[in-house]
Design a protein around this ligand. Structure first.
Ligand SMILES: C[S@@+](CC[C@H](N)C(=O)[O-])C[C@H]1O[C@@H](n2cnc3c(N)ncnc32)[C@H](O)[C@@H]1O
Length: 244
C-alpha cells in the first residue's frame, strides 16, 4: 500500500518502510508548480505588487485576490475606518477578513491625498496603483462647480501621491473613471501630465470582467448601493522618464 505523510511545511516525509509511486510524486510536483505559476486577471498579474486606493467594500481587491489564489502581493486601503466598513457595507467586514486570510495587508484611514507620507506605504514601491471611481461623496449636485472642484482636488492629490509610490521602471497608475459630462470636466489626463505622468493607454472598463466586484456609492444613506457604471474607462499612467 502506498502511504504519504505531510508535515506542517506541506512537505512529504517518506519513512523507510513506506514507498511512493511516481505518479503521486508527479501530481504533487505539478500542483506545487501550478500554485506558484503567475496568474493574470485583465491588466493585473499575481506577480505585481498592487496598491488599491479608495476601496469601498473591498470587493475589487478581493476579486483579484481570489483570481490569484494568494493576496501576499496586495495592499488594500480605504479612507473609511474599520468600524465604518462594518456600518456602511453589508459585505465589507467579511471581504476584509477573507482578504487578510489570503495574505493581503488591509489598511484603513488612508487618505489618497497624503498616502505617500503614510508610515508604512512610504517604505513601499508598487507595480500597480489602482483607484476605481475616485469621488469625494455627494456633497453638492454632481454637476455643480463646488462638487467638480472637490473631485478635481482629490484626483490631483491622488496622482501626486501615487507618483511617489509607484515604481519608476514599469510601474503604472490606473484610474477607472466614468466618461461624459461632468466627469470629463475633472481633467484627469491634464492633471496627470502636469504632475509628470504620461498616459499609456485608455481601455474600456467592464464591471463583469471582475466577478464579485460591487462598485459602491460609499456615501450617505445609500453607501451600500451600487451606482450605474455606464460608459467608463481605465486610464493607465506611468512616470515620465528621460526615455518617454
Ligand atoms: C464612488 S466611491 C468608489 C469606491 C470603490 N473604489 C468602488 O469602486 O466601489 C469613491 C471612494 O473614494 C473614497 N475616497 C473619497 N475621498 C478619499 C480620499 N481623500 N482618500 C481615499 N479615498 C477617498 C471614498 O471613501 C469611496 O470609497
Amino acid at each position: 500500500m502506498t502511504k504519504a505523510i505531510f508535515n506542517k511545511m506541506g512537505r512529504r516525509d517518506v519513512n523507510d518502510d513506506l514507498h511512493t509511486d511516481d505518479d503521486e510524486t508527479d501530481d504533487l510536483h505539478s500542483s506545487e508548480v501550478a500554485a506558484k505559476a503567475e496568474k493574470w486577471k485583465e491588466h493585473y498579474s499575481s506577480s505585481h505588487r498592487i496598491l488599491f486606493v479608495g476601496e469601498g467594500d473591498f470587493s475589487f481587491s478581493l476579486c483579484l485576490a481570489r483570481a490569484f489564489g494568494s493576496a501576499h502581493n496586495l495592499v488594500a486601503t480605504s479612507l473609511d475606518s474599520y468600524d465604518d466598513i462594518g456600518k456602511k457595507y453589508s459585505n465589507g467586514l467579511s471581504n476584509v477578513i477573507e482578504l487578510e486570510e489570503r495574505g493581503c495587508l488591509v489598511l484603513h484611514g488612508v487618505d489618497a491625498k497624503e498616502m505617500s507620507q503614510h508610515f508604512f506605504l512610504k517604505t513601499q514601491r508598487f507595480d500597480r496603483i489602482i483607484y476605481n471611481f475616485p469621488h469625494v461623496g455627494f456633497l453638492y449636485p454632481e454637476n455643480s462647480y463646488c462638487q467638480i472642484q472637490l473631485n478635481k482636488r482629490l484626483l490631483k492629490g491622488f496622482l501626486a501621491n501615487a507618483k511617489a509610490l509607484v515604481k519608476k521602471e514599469g510601474g503604472e497608475i490606473h484610474v477607472t473613471h466614468k466618461e461624459g459630462d461632468p466627469y470629463n470636466k475633472w481633467d484627469l489626463v491634464k492633471k496627470a501630465e502636469k504632475r509628470g505622468l504620461v498616459l499609456q493607454q485608455v481601455v474600456p472598463f467592464f464591471k463583469d470582467d471582475y466577478p464579485g466586484y460591487d462598485n459602491k456609492r460609499a456615501h450617505g444613506k445609500l453607501s451600500d448601493a451600487s451606482f450605474l457604471v455606464g460608459e467608463a474607462s481605465t486610464y493607465k499612467f506611468k512616470v515620465q522618464t528621460s526615455n518617454t
